[in-house]
Write a protein that binds this ligand. Structure first.
Ligand SMILES: [Zn+2]
Ligand SMILES: [Zn+2]
Length: 339
């Protein structure tokens, strides 16, 4: 019997009797990371990496029924050996390795292969079966090194400052925001939206060292914000608050900016193709490093990506799941869950 089954509740391990990132409530859910499409409220028990626990607490109020596991440590669940490995996607994100009677299966969750300076670096794991995401599984997606992107962002911020404009970076609260903070810190004060400040506090409570930021409150003057860098989640983009800032210039940080004509998105002044997912070559290199005989593809461009894998001799099939992308166009306009 295969080690995983795709059921209408989610990815199920029959031998261990648990689910990985189920989308309907179950007794035992292994959680790869804290993004909303991977965490559903209402499971009886959760298992996640220790750095994901504060996110489950902040965003979903989960605490007592959350067990944690560090990377590389193995536990036994009904005879299935389960180990978490870093997925490099956001802080605390994990790939789940299952081993049972010589058979090894790895469920990637979301991942990226480039080190972002803040999330534990992605580690390829050998396996027979690999469940890969394919959010950006099209050959047009080729990220520039993040050092180049951060140089573009810094130049944009500098030019805004010269023009007395307020630099507003739009970034998902979990992942992208911490990555921006880590890589932009030092030159200007960084002001963050409540949803980001709350997550940062959660991370700090478990020992993650983040550069200093300032929580945006009504008391902070608009000319102070103009002198710094403002980071807000996508839901704020079309809201009224941004319009109250001094000459706001909006820069959207998302992988989808890669294919935007003129890199414009709605009211955005700039788009930066910074993604927490692997690009086309990243996905291919990660899959090849697993040595997997069988690949299941979830998220995004599943059909194209699975077809291509078969063409290059890797047996692959697309799987229909309820995973979306925290980073996709639809989500960029949707409200985030309240912390
Ligand atoms: Zn994610
Ligand atoms: Zn996802």
């Amino acid at each position: 019997m295969a080690l995983i089954k795709f059921t209408n509740r989610g990815i199920y391990c029959p031998q261990g009797d648990f689910y990985i990132d189920p989308w309907h409530p179950v007794d035992y859910a292994v959680t790869t990371h804290g993004h909303a499409d991977h965490v559903k409220w209402g499971n009886k028990n959760y298992l996640c990496h220790e750095l994901t626990k504060p996110i489950l607490k902040q965003r979903y109020g989960l605490d007592e029924n959350v067990e944690t596991l560090p990377y590389g440590e193995t536990i036994d669940i009904n005879g299935v050996k389960l180990t978490l490995f870093p997925a490099g996607h956001v802080i605390g994100s994990a790939q789940v390795r299952l081993a049972y009677k010589g058979e090894i299966c790895v469920v990637s969750g979301d991942y990226k292969v480039e080190y972002d300076g803040i999330s534990t670096e992605f580690e390829p794991v050998k396996c027979h079966t690999f469940v890969s995401e394919s959010t950006f599984g099209l050959p047009i997606y080729n990220w520039q090194p993040q050092s180049d992107i951060f140089e573009q962002i810094s130049n944009w911020v500098d030019s805004n400052h010269q023009k007395q404009k307020t630099s507003v970076l739009v970034a998902y609260s979990l992942g992208k925001a911490q990555r921006l903070i880590k890589n932009l810190a030092g030159r200007y004060p960084i002001y963050v939206h409540n949803s980001i400040a709350n997550l940062n506090e959660g991370f700090e409570s478990v020992g993650v060292k983040l550069p200093a930021t300032i929580r945006i409150t009504p008391e902070i003057k608009k000319d102070e914000l103009q002198k710094g860098i403002v980071i807000v989640p996508p839901v704020m983009t079309e809201g009224r608050w941004i319009k109250t800032l001094q000459q706001p210039a909006i820069g959207v940080c998302s992988g989808w900016m890669m294919v935007r004509a003129g890199r414009r998105w709605r009211s955005a002044d700039a788009g930066f193709a910074l993604s927490d997912h692997a690009d086309w070559n990243g996905l291919l290199s990660a899959i090849s490093a697993t040595g997997a005989e069988e690949v299941f593809v979830t998220h995004g461009s599943t059909a194209v990506f699975a077809k291509y894998l078969n063409e290059i001799g890797t047996s692959a099939q697309e799987v229909t799941t309820k995973y979306g992308s925290e980073d996709d166009e639809e989500t960029l306009t949707k409200a985030e869950p309240e912390p």
